[in-house]
Design a protein around this ligand. Structure first.
Ligand code: ARG
Length: 571
């Protein structure tokens, strides 16, 4: 609705002789003068050498009946309210159709590269950030009408492959995969994901202490990279086994991937990619590299290695091949990489190489959506109590325990399911609450609290809403009048929603939505503590209250869905 009014105002300015002005309606800083404010007059005054108050008067005398309580303040601010009929008309539509709050944005085709778990290795807390932010962006963009393809881009190549294979070989298992003269039938690998974890840990401990063993690990890793068919056949089975447990974690986090691809999938595209890059590649110390320096650089930009001296590929080679393949298959308008800030320079290098060599269409934008680190109280990356790297599974467990302590002991029906949902809500809300690119300090007790700016608090609000709505007759209520200030506050908050969603999309950060959810929940809870909805005598007032409740419920529920947080019925 605000957008519509803004457009109307732009046309009005055009008619008054001020063309191509963009108008933004702002919430007024002093509500007693009006809820909204326009501050275009001062800018226009400068530009057209006119008196701002005169401009304001001219605008005011042309405004239609949707604008009420209009006044001019200070050097030329126009304050106003929106006529309540217009407001209610709009909001009442929202009760049955959330879509009216979705801003109209240019539709794009995008690929979101997120998740990025590494096969045969445990997920750590950084992978959770990628999953939470990536999934929420996927849902947000889809809601806005984007054509979205999500790809997990599994890290299924690297040192961990060499580790596992060397351990299997050492234990004398599946030896046919290590015998280059083997002619018979290869056995299917039957390890469990758990067993893979054990094999990796064992190999890691030994390789760290034993130089010879480490060399073998390196050798096997390089062999796989160069396409050793036997090793690859074995490794691919291990990747598939480990994918099962990785998928479980992503399911727990409500993540959806359209493509379950990874670095190994990029292999088949490397030859064509190299062909495309050929004229830019040159030899340096036996390796094939590409210059990516640009004239305006202030920092050092060494050439990027594409093929190593020993013929093996690196992380960048696989990302470049993936870009090439994504362009060939999907022709996206944009590719978004939801990856830790610490890979910023790396992505800069890869993007430059891809642009320079036209691996990607010149119109396609590549964005690294870097995110900050999850820190402990000491401001350093969050660790386990004994100082080890925090695995995602341990973090989830930690919160699960906190939630269990905070849940009512007598809540028995569906307890585990509710506990699980509150756990994920806690993690997601906390993770999305700070601006994407900033680090934050992880505070398990605070984040899992049922009060304050937390996931459980929002869920608590929705439980309250649902329980009231359950007690009344199901019907399409309409808001007939704005009865009090608390109610007005809620409704005025809701009309900000399209702006919030647009901002979230523009900044590619979810904190605007978590803030909005908290504000709206607080306003609702304030209203709830002041007015008794079910016993109010006047039918029109009660109908209006119930309609507003339905609206608040629909808004919160849809926003939680963007954040991939599940609702609960009780807690
Ligand atoms: N597997 C990588 C890691 O754990 C993240 C992958 C990110 N995506 C990409 N296209 N490079 O650090």
């Amino acid at each position: 609705m605000l957008k519509e009014l803004e457009k109307y105002l732009e046309e009005l300015l055009e008619n008054l002789g001020y063309s191509n002005e963009s108008v933004i309606i702002l919430p007024s800083s002093r509500r007693e003068f009006g809820t909204f404010q326009l501050n275009v007059c001062m800018g226009l005054a400068k530009k057209y050498h006119q008196n701002p108050i005169e401009i304001a008067k001219k605008i005011i005398s042309n405004l239609d009946s949707r604008f009420v309580d209009i006044n001019i303040a200070g050097p030329g601010f126009i304050n106003f309210n929106i006529d309540s009929k217009t407001l209610l008309n709009y909001l009442n539509k929202g009760i049955s159709n959330f879509k009216i709050f979705i801003p109209n944005v240019p539709k794009k085709k995008i690929i979101i590269d997120f998740g990025g778990a590494n096969a045969a290795k445990a997920l750590h807390v950084g992978h959770m950030r990628s999953a939470n932010i990536g999934e929420a962006l996927r849902r947000l963009t889809k809601l806005m009408g984007y054509d979205v393809i999500s790809d997990v881009h599994l890290g299924d190549l690297g040192r961990q492959a060499g580790m596992l294979l060397s351990e299997i070989k050492k234990r004398g298992e599946y030896l046919e995969y290590f015998d280059s003269n083997f002619q018979g039938k290869y056995r299917k690998v039957t390890y469990t994901p758990k067993k893979l974890g054990e094999l990796y840990v064992a190999a890691n401990i030994e390789a760290k202490e034993n130089e010879e063993r480490m060399n073998e690990v390196r050798e096997i890793t390089a062999e796989i990279d160069k396409g050793n068919q036997q090793y690859l056949a074995l490794w691919k089975q291990l990747v598939a086994i480990s994918s099962v447990s990785i998928k479980e974690v992503y399911n727990e986090l409500n993540c959806h991937f359209d493509l379950w691809e990874g670095e190994l999938d990029a292999f088949k595209d490397i030859p064509l990619m190299i062909k495309k890059m050929q004229s830019y590649l040159y030899e340096s110390d036996g390796a094939m590299v590409i210059d990516i320096k640009e004239e305006t650089d202030t920092k050092e930009m060494p050439p990027l290695i594409v093929i190593k001296k020993d013929g093996a590929t690196i992380y960048a080679t696989r990302d470049l091949a993936t870009i090439y393949s994504r362009e060939e298959r999907f022709h996206p308008d944009e590719i978004w990489y939801v990856v830790d800030n610490r890979q910023a320079l790396y992505f800069e290098q890869v993007f430059r190489a891809a642009r320079k060599t036209n691996l990607i269409n010149a119109n396609c934008n590549l964005y690294h959506l870097g995110f900050g680190t999850i820190n402990g109280e000491d401001g350093k990356p969050y660790k386990t109590r004994d100082g080890g790297v925090m695995e995602l599974a341990s973090l989830i467990n930690l919160i699960r325990k906190q939630i269990n302590q905070k849940m009512k002991p007598d809540l028995i029906v569906n307890r585990e399911d509710i506990q699980e949902k509150l756990t994920i809500a806690t993690l997601k809300y906390a993770d999305l609450m700070s601006y994407r690119a900033t680090d934050y300090i992880f505070d398990p007790d605070k984040f899992s609290s049922f009060d304050g700016k937390t996931g459980p608090y929002i869920l608590y609000t929705i439980v309250r809403l649902k329980s009231i709505l359950e007690k009344v007759q199901k019907q399409d209520y309409k808001i007939l009048k704005i009865e009090n200030k608390e109610m007005e506050d809620i409704l005025l908050k809701i009309i900000e929603l399209p702006t919030i969603l647009e901002k979230s999309l523009r900044e590619k950060s979810l904190n605007f939505i978590t803030d909005f959810l908290f504000d709206l929940s607080s306003l609702f809870n304030k209203f709830y503590n002041t007015y008794h909805i079910l016993t109010v005598k006047n039918k029109d007032i009660q109908t209006s209250y119930l309609a507003m409740l339905q609206l608040v419920y629909i808004v919160i529920s849809n926003l939680l869905n963007i954040l991939a947080i599940d609702e609960v019925d009780k807690m």
